[in-house]
Write a protein that binds this ligand. Structure first.
Ligand SMILES: Cc1cc2nc3c(=O)[nH]c(=O)nc-3n(C[C@H](O)[C@H](O)[C@H](O)COP(=O)(O)O)c2cc1C
Length: 318
């Protein structure tokens, strides 16, 4: 057995992919809800579900007084709803949630509109569970629709969309690169496009990626620093770094666009690059990794903008 002070436990538990739910209730003080991944269906006869709620959460008191709660299983486009109900310091909202629309069914507990499925429950039992309490809900009504779930895995939100096989992505970006060639697009326009696309990619990647992927990117930066005096090898690794951020965004349209821009631009980098520009790129990549690891979307967007401006300056383009 490995002695564990919580870190290994959290890491091991984080490897279990789960959906994301919001557990809500309506007490006399108002509507209240909490983002919860520790949901399970428990029994078919009677119909029971469980959710584990941190003892420190105000939700428990409100559920006790309301004697009811609802579980809304979030859809893939409801990441902002998850973020809202995971913010601490909220208070019950007497007029209902200001930024999230809901509908009540049988028990009066608010159910998040647009969710993938829901369970409307009365409280069957509340069991101790260490620093959490386990709410056992008797299902009074349930419903759902087809669609993609929001997934939480290894500390980040995910979608079920499969990664695009790299040959298909390459075909897509080849097609776009041919189009740029036919349009006789120059380096300035390419960099303008890159300046629009890449900050958006970095912002998306910041919230959608796991620690392992950032470790892989760090290795790319380390490898690029080793070959800083070999322009072809360096450019290849720098490009791989940018494409890996694109992949981490989980948006294939933007990913193919960036890959196509990279194919055309690498020629300009080779012609105009220098040791100073490579060194600056390495430093820029390290700063980017720091904010990406923090999961800070806006800082990632800004850092990518600064990095691309610096690249532009070094290559004396624009
Ligand atoms: C994806 C995700 C899953 C979560 N799962 C749980 C959970 O299962 N149980 C829990 O008590 N808190 C969970 N939390 C944390 C709560 O949503 C968060 O601490 C919330 O602020 C608690 O509300 P409070 O302000 O009433 O404490 C989760 C947060 C996120 C982002």
């Amino acid at each position: 057995m490995i002695p564990d002070h919580g870190h290994a436990f959290r890491q091991a538990a984080g490897r279990f992919a789960s959906g994301v739910t919001v557990v809500t209730t309506r007490a006399s003080e108002g509507a209240y809800g909490v983002t919860v991944s520790a949901f399970a269906s428990l029994s078919l006869n009677p119909l029971l579900v469980t959710v584990s709620i941190n003892q420190s959460s105000a939700l428990l008191g409100y559920v006790r007084s309301a004697e009811a709660f609802a579980v809304s299983v979030l859809a893939s486009d409801q990441q902002q709803v998850a973020a809202y109900f995971a913010t601490s310091g909220r208070t019950p909202e007497p007029a209902g949630f200001a930024t999230v629309s809901t509908t009540s069914r049988q028990t009066g507990a608010p159910i998040v509109d647009g969710c993938l499925s829901w369970f409307d429950c009365t409280v069957e039992d509340i069991l101790p569970g260490g620093d959490h309490e386990i709410l056992v809900g008797r299902v009074a009504a349930a419903g759902g629709r087809t669609g993609e779930p929001l997934v939480y895995w290894a500390g980040g939100y995910r979608a079920l969309t499969e990664a695009v096989p790299s040959d298909r992505l390459a075909n897509a970006s080849d097609g776009l690169a041919v189009a740029y060639h036919l349009l006789d697009v120059g380096p300035e326009e390419m960099l303008d496009a890159q300046s629009s696309v890449e900050p958006a990619l970095a912002a998306l990647a910041a919230t959608r990626t796991s620690v392992e992927e950032w470790d892989r990117l760090e290795e790319l930066v380390d490898q690029s620093e080793v070959v800083i005096d070999q322009p072809d090898e360096f450019n290849q690794l720098a490009l791989a770094f940018h494409n890996a951020i694109a992949e981490a965004s989980r948006n294939r349209v933007l990913q193919a666009t960036l890959a196509s821009l990279g194919q055309v631009q690498s020629i300009h980098y080779r012609d105009r690059g220098s040791r100073a520009s490579a060194q600056a790129a390495v430093e820029g990549h390290r700063r980017l990794l720091t904010v990406l690891r923090r999961g800070d979307a806006e800082a990632a967007r800004e850092e990518m903008r600064k990095h691309l401006d610096a690249v532009r300056g070094h290559l004396q383009i624009g």
